[in-house]
Structure formats: C-alpha cells, structure tokens
Design a protein. Structure first.
Length: 405
C-alpha cells in the first residue's frame, strides 16, 4: 500500500509542476491533451454557464459571467497549491517517514493527517516546528517542499500582474473602437465615420493598429487562454465583437468597396482570422466550427445587406457593386464567421451587427452629433455629423450606470 501511495504522490507532483510550468513559464501553447488547466476549465465553465441561465436580467447575467475569469484564476492557483500539498504528504506517508509530535498517532489515518499537516506548514513556509521528520530523506523532502513553496509564491506573484497588464492593454484598443465604430461596434459605422476627406488614410491606420492588436492577442492569449474569459469593463463591448466588426470591415473593403485601404484590409484580415483559428484550437471548437462552416452564413440577412448598401451609397461611399458582390462577400465570410460564431457560443458573447439598428425616436439625441453640428459650414460639408451612431456609448458621455465600474 505504501508503494501505491508513493506512486500517487510522485504522479501528483509531476502533473502539477508540469502544468504550472506550461501555463506560467512556457511561452507557447502545449499540444498535450491531458492538462490540469484544461480539465479545470471544462469542469467549471460549463456549470458556470448553466448557472447563469437562471439569471433573467441580462445585466445580472453578464456580471455573473464577468466574475468567472478572476474567480477561476484564484481557484486554479488554489488547486495547484492543494495538489502540491497532497503530493508531498503522500510522499512522506509512502516513504514511512517517522515524524515527531503530539499529533502523530499510530493508525494509518492519523499518520496521513499528520503528513498532510506537516506538508501544509512546510509548503507555505510556516515553520512551526511542532511536527518534525527524524530521518534524512524525510528532512530532504521537507527542505525540497519549502523550496517549491517559495518558488510557487514567486511565480504566482509574477503571474497575476502579467495577466492583468495584458488584459488592460487589450481593453485599451477595444475601448478606442467606441468612437470609431460605435458601441457595440459595426462595420458599417466604422466605414461611415471615416467617409471624409483623408478618412481612407485614417481608416488604414485603424486597420494597421488592429493588425498589431491581433498579433499581440495571438502571442498572449494563446499562452494565457484564461484571459479570453475576462469580460470588458463596459457594456456593449467585448474583444470578440470588436475583432469581428474589424473583420467585417475588412471583408467589405476587400470585396465591395473601392479605395486604397484594400491592401491593409487584407493584412489585417489575415492576422485577425489567424487569431480566431488558433483560439478555436485552444478551446477544441473544431467540431462546432465545421458544423457552422457547412451551413450558410446567418449574420447578414438580405434585408440587412440591402440596408447596409443603401447606407453606404447614401453617404457617398464608392461601391464596386455588381451581381457577384454578395457571392464574394459570403465567400470571404465563411473564412472567419464559423470561428467567431463558435467562440461566441462557447464564451457566451454576442457578435455585432453589420450596421446599427434604426434609431429609436424615443431616445435622446446623439451628443456627438450635436458636437459635430457645432463645426464650421465647411466642415459640415464633409458630412461628419452623419457618421455618428445613436448606438455609441460615447454619446452618453459614460454617465449612465452601464459605464460605471
């Protein structure tokens, strides 16, 4: 029995140390199927989504989802610590290490409890000294566990700030899209707000920024996939809806809109799509993506496509419109929409529309449209005022409750 316990102790230590190394230190995504981190997310995310279904209010449900990422991080750290503690305790028990102390009884269960206590005080470097090993290999295990405990605390101290720095850096670019494409962002609004003299160059700069953002996401979130569960701080914003709106914009620029931004749209499209594909591999979403790929795209029905085209043409956007434009657009959409839809379903995030819904006449006027109306008549001729959406969270100057932390 002691040999079996010793094997289990070695297994626990090997698995948790390898998983922590691959999650915190290794800069690339491991390809092994058996990982504690992956099993942990599978075991906790689905029950979390199920529990969220009982919340009727959308705001409460979104708040519940937003708490999963930080709580899961704390639970994962605690799980690693518990497995290290149990692993060293099983080694002490399996080796039959004699321990001195008033708690050390004669029964196997009492000895196991004492080993767990000794392992806990050693791992967290309490050093109480009430339970002490009396053999050389027992003392070696205590010293080794104390070293592992110090290294574990140091890794956690360095790991958490890296995650939150990466999250904050991600959200800056997402928040900047609010004034450029509305909130939630849409491809039609992003193009319309850049339909002014020199707007094509500004749009090229935005797409270049999102090409770099996608590359940074590919390097950070593939290594730290827990960040994908972190929600944006404001309603109507998410990293997935933002990058999908940018991909929609690139699809329109490549297939239906004339202008010098086509080359940059191709570069941004390639990098952003690469990012979504790799995220699908991380979360094992290939079956869902394949099913979505075999079905026709659903995000842009005919009436919405007609409204999008009318809006763009009415604003003076130059369209290369012919009988095959819809076929070209649907073809390029199949390259990325299945991946975006699969991620949206898995993470319970909403994908954006292609163009904002018609404005509700009961809503208050758009503050940003009023600000644009204060410009000189020469500036008004550029139709900047028509490029502001009532869907923009910025139009409310972040005074409502949905934009307070």
């Amino acid at each position: 029995m002691h040999v079996l316990v010793l094997i289990f102790g070695l297994f626990f230590l090997a698995v948790v140390m390898l998983d922590a190394y691959q999650t915190i230190i290794l800069p690339r995504r491991p390809v092994r199927r058996f990982r504690i981190t992956r099993i942990f997310f599978l075991a906790t995310w689905k029950p979390w989504r199920f529990a969220a279904g009982f919340l009727r209010k959308a705001s409460a449900r979104e708040q519940f989802f937003s708490s999963y990422g930080p709580i899961a991080l704390l639970m994962l750290i605690a799980l690693w610590a518990a497995m290290l503690l149990v692993g060293f305790a099983l080694l002490l028990f399996g080796l039959g290490t004699p321990l001195t102390g008033v708690m050390h009884g004669s029964s196997a269960l009492s000895q196991l409890r004492t080993c767990l206590y000794a392992s806990g005080t050693t791992l967290f470097t309490l050093g109480l000294g009430d339970i002490l090993p009396t053999t050389h290999y027992g003392r070696f295990l205590v010293v080794a566990e104390a070293g592992v405990g110090l290294a574990y605390v140091a890794l956690v101290i360095g790991y958490v700030p890296v995650l939150y720095t990466t999250f904050s850096h991600r959200e800056v670019t997402v928040a900047l899209l609010d004034s450029r494409a509305g909130s939630p962002p849409t491809a039609g609004e992003l193009i319309l707000r850049h339909n002014f003299n020199g707007g094509q160059h500004a749009l090229t700069a935005v797409l270049a920024e999102w090409e770099r953002w996608s590359a940074e996401m590919l390097e950070t979130h593939v290594s730290y996939p827990i960040l994908c569960y972190y929600r944006s701080q404001h309603d109507n914003q998410s990293w997935l809806s933002a990058v999908t709106a940018v991909l929609d914009t690139c699809a329109l620029l490549i297939t239906a809109i004339e202008g010098p931004t086509t080359r940059q749209a191709q570069l941004t499209f390639a990098m952003a799509r690469h990012m979504l594909v790799d995220f699908g591999h991380v979360f094992r979403l290939e079956p869902a993506e394949q099913q979505l790929r075999q079905s026709p795209p659903q995000r842009l029905p005919d009436q919405e496509f007609a409204r999008l085209c009318d809006s763009l043409k009415g604003a003076g956007v130059s369209l290369c419109f012919d009988d095959a434009v819809r076929e070209r657009l649907d073809g390029i959409r199949k390259l990325y929409e299945p991946h975006a839809c699969a991620l949206a379903e898995y993470l319970h995030l909403e994908l954006p529309l292609w163009i904002p819904s018609p404005a509700d006449p009961k809503k208050k006027g758009d503050t940003w449209a009023a600000l644009a109306g204060l410009r000189a008549p020469a500036a008004l001729s550029e139709r900047l005022g028509t490029h502001i959406s009532s869907q923009s969270a910025a139009s409310r100057l972040h005074d409502d409750e949905s934009h307070r932390r």
